[in-house]
Design a protein around this ligand. Structure first.
Ligand code: ZN
Length: 250
């Protein structure tokens, strides 16, 4: 989770807050009810996840409650209150002691529809969520890398496959997960193998794609658009996915 330290200082910061926040029904329960929220909704790579894994699909609105789970300040250890800073328009986690505002913003997930001789590289997940389901290589973007570099890195990590990145293919707003998933095309420049987060990796032709065993709707969308485009660059395809539309099978 990103945090931005607000440029408030001295006594002024004591006067900038108003409207004590009334958190949602899930806001201060045990974090266990949120286990896997970020991942389950659609996060291809769990190792960078904020909430770990496991759990069930959160009700609509739970994601918004996620912003209300911080209890202690990571800057000074002080107690957190949920307030609307003056000049802002929504509740934030604000430290009672040092005044830092802990902003939470969507995370970026990057992935790749990687091709070799007309077939697409998929990975069978060895981790939850969606253990045993197939996915295009994808995961959370890391600091210090570009979107494209992140997509290539994930492909190398999950399928041991070096690739040449092609064009940006799809952008999927996972609104209730607080994530944006960006997919590129790519071409394998060497072999491939089974990365640590995969049980298996395989090249599939279009008619071999295991559509009923795909892990995530965002990856499915990217694959569908890839085949509709016949691999050509027809611009970026956009989709918005909300949790109520998800139909996970496990
Ligand atoms: Zn603090």
């Amino acid at each position: 989770m990103s945090e931005r330290v607000a440029l408030f200082c001295g006594s002024a910061r004591r006067r900038i807050y108003c409207a004590p926040f009334e958190p949602g029904p899930n806001a201060h329960k045990s974090p266990s009810h949120l286990a896997g929220v970020a991942e389950l909704v659609d996060a291809p790579d769990s190792k960078s996840g904020f909430f770990g894994s496991g759990g069930s699909i959160p009700p609509l609105g739970t994601i918004l409650d996620m912003a209300c789970t911080m209890k202690y300040c990571s800057n000074c250890g002080g107690n957190i209150s949920y307030l609307i800073p003056i000049g802002d328009n929504r509740q934030r986690a604000v430290c009672d002691d040092c005044g830092v505002v802990h902003y939470r913003n969507p995370l970026l997930v990057v992935g790749c529809v990687a091709e070799s001789d007309g077939k697409i590289l998929l990975c069978k997940r060895s981790i939850e969520p969606r253990y045993g389901y197939w996915t295009v290589p994808a995961g959370f973007m890391e600091l210090g890398e570009t979107l494209a570099a992140g997509a290539a890195r994930e492909t190398l990590e999950e399928a041991l496959a070096p690739i040449a990145i092609g064009h940006q293919l799809a952008s999927v707003d996972m609104v209730d997960a607080g994530q944006v998933h960006i997919f590129f095309t790519g071409t394998l420049t060497g072999g491939y193998g089974v990365g640590e987060e995969s049980l298996d990796t395989r090249l599939f032709s279009e008619d071999e794609i295991p559509w009923d065993e795909l892990a995530f709707p965002s990856g499915r969308f990217a694959l569908q658009k890839y085949f509709e485009d016949h691999g050509q660059d027809n611009g970026v395809h956009f989709q918005e996915i909300r949790s109520k539309r998800l139909k996970l099978k496990n």
